[in-house]
Design a protein around this ligand. Structure first.
Ligand code: FES
Length: 125
């Protein structure tokens, strides 16, 4: 089970080797999540229209290894964009993937780029 988790590692802008096209802006719901596939990874993508920011993270919740984070409610906690897992409501920062409840759970985050109405996610593999 932990093997599934191992394939998810945070990618920073500087690490990006490939900007993977995942669709047009209009393909994604506003203020909620969608799930895309890259190789063997499931990635959750969120469009925050209030702040005009996009975020991406692993779809896998590290709590019980459920592929559900794209279905989570998004919002912010003290200015930090976050997603709440729909299963047991654990909150994760979409900026650095940390668990906002202070637990030792972390998710991988990925950079998102919007260009000419197209959405790209940065990967390093
Ligand atoms: S599976 Fe996500 S909080 Fe439990």
């Amino acid at each position: 089970m932990q093997d599934i988790l191992k394939q998810y590692e945070t990618v920073t802008q500087a690490d990006v080797k490939e900007w993977f096209f995942v669709g047009n802006v209009s393909d994604f719901p506003e203020n909620s999540g969608a799930c895309i596939k890259y190789k063997t990874k499931q990635i959750a993508v969120y469009n925050f229209t209030r702040t005009s920011q996009w975020y991406a993270c692993q779809n896998l919740c590290p709590h019980k290894m459920e592929m559900v984070l794209s279905l989570g409610m998004i919002g912010d906690k003290d200015g930090i964009p976050k997603v709440a897992c729909p299963m047991h409501k654990k909150n994760f920062s979409l900026k650095d993937g940390s668990n906002l409840g202070g637990e030792d759970l972390k998710i991988a985050t990925y950079p998102v780029k919007i260009e000419n109405g197209n959405v790209y996610i940065g990967f390093s593999d």
